[in-house]
Design a protein around this ligand. Sequence first.
Ligand SMILES: [Zn+2]
Length: 180
Amino acid sequence: MRGLLIVDVQNDFCPRGSLAVSEGDKVVPVINRLMKLFPVVVASKDWHPRKTVHFQKWPPHCVHNSRGAEFHPDIHDVGIQQVFLKGTGDRDDGYSAYEATNLNLEQYLKDHKVNELFVVGLATDYCVKASALDSVKRGFKTFVVTDAVAAVNLNPQDGENALRGMKDEGVVLIESKDVK
Ligand SMILES: [Zn+2]
């Protein structure tokens, strides 16, 4: 069974958000199209407390229940079957969707017979990367859809390097047009 994991497509990571990924919203129409091809569709949300060590590294973003933590308004969120909340503690970063605290993502995927996981969303060089690598480690055949992700790019090559690093660890890079 194939599953789609939509990582952190939240207002704060999109243009005008507090930790905006340039052109982060470009992934939205691609993801909306992909969602229709998958029987299992889940999403993660960065869901931070107001005070956390994470905000010593990053500008405050995705504070739980804030507007910035909501999904981008154009995401067809009715198609999302389960949301996984991560970074919910005050001591952790919660980059990987497998660190969600409201539910266990690995268990959820196994319960739904998912063995191939396609990862999309924001941002390539942090949460997408951490989630894809954790997915490989847990034995899922893991894909990253390269035109459905976008990078923070603190350094201009970070996104490219992240994709190469994922590929080296066994992640399959694919374009959305090749997802049938
Ligand atoms: Zn965060």
